[in-house]
Each structure stands twice: as C-alpha cells, then as structure tokens.
Design a protein around this ligand. Structure first.
Ligand SMILES: Cc1cc2nc3c(=O)[nH]c(=O)nc-3n(C[C@H](O)[C@H](O)[C@H](O)COP(=O)(O)OP(=O)(O)OC[C@H]3O[C@@H](n4cnc5c(N)ncnc54)[C@H](O)[C@@H]3O)c2cc1C
Length: 246
C-alpha cells in the first residue's frame, strides 16, 4: 500500500503575513503527540516532500499543521497557496522520537520552542497524557515579534484547564507585550526564565524538550549540559530531548 494518501484541506488559518495553520482530513495511521509526518506536492513533475509536526491531539479527526511560508521555500510557498477544498498528499505513517515515551518522569517539564516548533508541544498538551508524567509544565515560545505569537486562545484554554501550566513567550525583536524580551538562551544563562515562573529546575527535578531552530536547539542544549543536565539516551536516561527543524 502506498505510504502517500490524499488529504483534503478543511481550513487554512492565517495568523500573520507568513504564519498559517493548515487543517486537513485524511486517512492516516494513528500517531503519537510530538511526531511529524510529511506533506508533499508536485512541482515541475517532481514530488517535493517536507516534514511537518502534528499540532492536533492524536484523538482529533482534523489534522493540523502550523507552518511558516519560508521566503523562496520550495514547498512551503506552494502549501501557502492552498485553499479550502484543495488536496495535498500526506504520508500515512508518522515518524519521529520527539515523544513523551522517550522522556523520563520528573516534577517539571520545560517545553522550549521557537517559531512553528510550538506545534508538537500543543499536540502533547491537547492530548493531556503529559500530566501523568509531570506536575509543572512550562511552555516557552521564542519568536521575533509579538504578532508571531499564534495560538493564544488555545494556550489560554489549556491554562484554564491545567493550573500547573506556565506559558512564557520570549520575544526577541521588540518589547514583549507579555512574557520576556530577548532570547531563550540568554534567559537560561541568566536564570531569568526560571525565576519568571518561580521554579528552580535541577537535574533531579526537571526534563527539557527543545524543538525548532537548530542554533537555539544546540545552544540551549550546550548551556544545560554546562549546568549538569545530560542528553536522554534510551540506554542512559538524562534530561534533554531535542528535535531540529532544519
Ligand atoms: C522533524 C521536522 C518537523 C518539522 N515540522 C515543521 C512544522 O511543523 N512547521 C514548519 O513550518 N516547518 C517544519 N519543518 C520544516 C519543514 O520540513 C521545511 O523545511 C520547511 O517548510 C521549509 O521547506 P521549503 O521547501 O519551503 O523550504 P526549503 O527550500 O527546503 O528551505 C529550507 C530553509 O527554510 C528555512 N526553514 C525551514 N523550516 C523553517 C521553519 N519551521 N521556520 C523558519 N525557517 C525554516 C531554513 O532556513 C531552511 O534552511 C520540520 C522539519 C523537520 C525536520
């Protein structure tokens, strides 16, 4: 059976000039929150396929992806032109190990993301099982501008539902209307990310999942390793689980 199936676009939500969510329906296999699949379209008779993380909870019949229309991007520019009723190909089977079963139980979970990489964390939070593993969860979203802070209503609803959920937007290029101004890495180095939510993570009490921009993922991991945390490996559990988007 082909691994590609047709997905029909149910809705496209534009959050800003470049950020949008694609909601599709397709007959895909079950996936775990945090996993990604591939979307593809034809260009000049060639199939172009790229990875996209599921934003929806695995139980939702609507499949949602949060995308940036990358300048000169081969596929994202085409996906950005999709309208309700159009079709796109989707990989039936999801992939990836950026999932909660790869993360040891602890008191605190720090979900560190940049840009569109908030998606897999929203899937985990919507799914809800994450609360069986952690008491306190802090969702950190690094963006350039306040207008890049999508999904505010969903996050507010999650905070209403779960009192242990902190949300910290970190805005780098203008004063943050809420949250912190600057970069995630600087706020980890200065410990201001932690004091902002009144938590003191230690290797005995915290797990970190880091997703998005490769520089942020590498720099943040290096900083945490300096502070005594270790990468999670199946044979040797640690504290840091990562996924890079490019
Ligand atoms: C596991 C995984 C999951 C991913 N999930 C998502 C997702 O949920 N949403 C999403 O928008 N992208 C996601 N990506 C990135 C996505 O696969 C494509 O790389 C992206 O859409 C650009 O493809 P393109 O063909 O338009 O650009 P290309 O012509 O392939 O250009 C690639 C360049 O685009 C830039 N770029 C790629 N992705 C991003 C991004 N997310 N934010 C900012 N700049 C970027 C980088 O400079 C990169 O070098 C994911 C990647 C991986 C590996």
């Amino acid at each position: 059976m082909s691994n590609w199936v047709e997905a029909r676009v149910k809705d496209v939500v534009w959050w800003s000039d470049t950020l949008f969510s694609l909601i599709v329906n397709a007959d895909v296999e079950p996936f775990k929150a945090g996993q990604f699949t591939k979307l593809s379209m034809m260009k000049d008779e060639k199939r172009i396929a790229r990875a996209y993380s599921y934003v929806n909870a695995p139980s939702s019949p609507d499949l949602e992806f949060y995308l940036i229309n990358v300048q000169d991007g081969l596929l994202s520019q085409q996906l950005a032109q999709l309208k309700q009723g159009d079709t796109v190909m989707i990989e039936r089977r999801a992939s990836g190990f950026f999932t909660l079963d790869e993360v040891p139980q602890s008191e605190q979970l720090w979900m560190l993301s940049t840009g569109t990489a908030i998606g897999p964390f929203l899937s985990m939070l919507e799914h809800g099982e994450v609360w069986q593993q952690f008491d306190q969860i802090t969702l950190v979203h690094g963006v350039r501008l306040n207008s890049d802070l999508s999904y505010q209503n969903s996050i507010a609803a999650l905070q209403q539902k779960y009192t242990g959920l902190n949300y910290v937007p970190v805005v780098s290029r203008e004063d943050g209307a809420v949250g912190l101004q600057g970069r995630i890495t600087d706020h980890i180095q200065a410990q201001t990310l932690f004091s902002h939510v009144d938590l003191t993570p230690t290797p005995n009490t915290a797990q970190f999942m880091i997703c998005g921009n490769p520089d942020m993922v590498k720099d943040t991991s290096a900083l945490l390793i300096e502070q005594g945390y270790r990468r999670n490996r199946r044979k040797e559990p640690g504290h840091i689980t990562v996924e890079q988007y490019w």
